[in-house]
Design a protein. Structure first.
Length: 455
């Protein structure tokens, strides 16, 4: 009997799938760390015979090629994708047998030119539709990742692709997208569902509830936001053939070696909780708290190809961060250090900066010497309203802007406190005086702050 097993990658907002009949299995859109897939297949007692890519991914490095080579599985990739490795070229309508299961490829361009969805059936009945970055729960994949000149065409292709799926696939068939669980590959906010059918999508999906193509395109484009800069490097790597995953632990540095790297201006990232980092950290380091947003935002601000050194509480924590980073191609680790931050800092001691909330900001702005307020949210977030008198530098641009910031207290905020913590550490590393506002943006208006740009 057909079973779909989900492999979550919450740090990137994506899913991979292992689909099997009890004996053999198809894997759809595997992440680079394929040990998770192999372990899942082993626990299910199935043999992987096919690996399928819905598209050449822009937000992570695929593990599909490595998985196919390791298992001897047939690797399904669109025939028109100009890859540099052996694969089974697939086009619209192509089919494959995976044990008792049938797999049909359906062309669904929009997210990319050669995007495919896969309809999996059993006993002559369609059961599950794997839609990759095309049809998402309540939304669709973004259509601007291949450049502005192609966006309008891809948006129209996306509209037609989803409607084609709706016309071909019975309502009871379950839908399993790859993107849409926090990934920036989503064009707009998804429904938040974690499971659904084509019938559900017919009632709620952007491309199926808006009947006019021009209106759909206009609404789709209005929902597009900035996306991580490392995306530009993912597709070329996936086309050329990613190197197999290497999770060999980085060399462990002693305190002297770590401080030497910091003095040399290396990117040294502390994984500590953001408030603990603010209380005490090695001067010259960057704070990127290990959690759901870790890889996305470190990858967004880190200059591509720059080696990074990690500081964690343990090598187990470093290993967790390393796994997150290799998924987006950050393989060059300059080492790792663990343990008590004061011991690592040595005689130079720890640095720190204040943490506050929006209420505290309102109080100091009402005083005789109001500080500079720095907003590091995205442009689309800023457009919805901002604190009067604040300046705006999106977090990914801050590294190049720090020198232009004035001396004196700089109160920095985002929408939740996470990005503001990264920004505060960058400001501190640049020799300035941050105050980290660790607060939800929804609390700003009620804190007594004067707001602008709101309706």
């Amino acid at each position: 009997m057909l079973e779909v097993l989900t492999i979550e990658t919450p740090g990137l907002g994506d899913r991979s799938y292992l689909v099997h009949d009890g004996k053999v299995a198809l894997v759809v859109d595997p992440q680079r760390d394929i040990d998770r897939v192999l372990d899942l297949a082993a626990s299910a007692g199935v043999t992987i015979t096919h690996v399928a890519e819905t598209h050449i991914h822009n937000d992570y490095i695929s593990g599909g090629l490595d998985l196919a080579r390791r298992t001897g599985a047939t690797y399904l990739v669109h025939a028109e994708d100009d890859v540099e490795y052996e694969r089974e070229p697939v086009t619209d309508g192509a089919s494959a047998k995976v044990g008792a299961l049938t797999v049909q490829a359906i062309a669904t361009p929009g997210h990319t030119h050669h995007h495919l969805s896969y309809l999996v059936g059993e006993g002559g009945e369609p059961k599950a539709l794997f839609t990759g970055g095309s049809l998402l729960y309540g939304s669709v994949g973004r259509t601007d990742l291949l450049g502005e000149r192609k966006t309008d065409r891809l948006s129209r292709d996306q509209f037609r692709s989803v409607r084609r799926l709706a016309s071909m696939v019975p309502g009871e068939v379950e839908v399993w997208p790859t993107h849409g669980f926090g990934s920036f590959c989503s064009s707009a906010k998804t429904s938040g569902a974690h499971r659904g059918t084509m019938a559900d999508e017919s009632k709620s999906n952007l491309a199926l509830t808006i009947q006019d193509e021009d209106e759909f395109v206009a609404q789709l484009l209005s929902g597009l936001t900035a996306y991580p800069r490392y995306y530009a490097h993912m597709s070329p790597i996936n086309l050329s053939g990613p190197a197999p995953l290497d999770l060999t632990p980085p060399g462990e540095l002693d305190a002297d070696q770590l401080r030497s790297q910091i003095r040399a201006g290396r990117w040294v990232v502390d994984l500590n909780k953001r408030q603990a980092y603010a209380r005490g950290h090695l001067p010259g380091t960057i704070s990127v708290e290990l959690g759901k947003q870790f890889a996305t935002y470190l990858g967004w601000v880190l200059p591509w190809g720059t080696p990074v050194t990690l500081i964690g509480d343990s090598m187990q924590e470093v290993a967790e961060a390393q796994r997150e980073l290799v998924r987006i191609g950050i393989d060059r680790l300059g080492g790792a250090a663990t343990g008590d931050r004061a011991e690592l800092a040595g005689e130079q001691g720890l640095a720190g900066y204040p943490v506050a909330d929006f209420k505290a900001l309102a109080e100091v702005l009402a005083g005789d010497h109001p500080p500079l307020v720095l907003d590091v949210r995205r442009d689309d977030e800023r457009a919805g309203g901002w604190i009067a008198g604040s300046i705006h530098v999106p977090l990914p641009d801050l590294v190049d802007y720090v020198e232009e910031l004035p001396h004196g207290p700089i109160w920095v905020h985002c929408a939740s406190g996470f990005r503001a913590s990264v920004a505060a550490s960058i400001i501190s590393r640049g020799g300035k005086q941050p105050v980290h506002i660790d607060d939800e943006w929804t609390q700003a208006a009620g804190a007594g702050l004067t707001m602008e740009g709101t309706e």
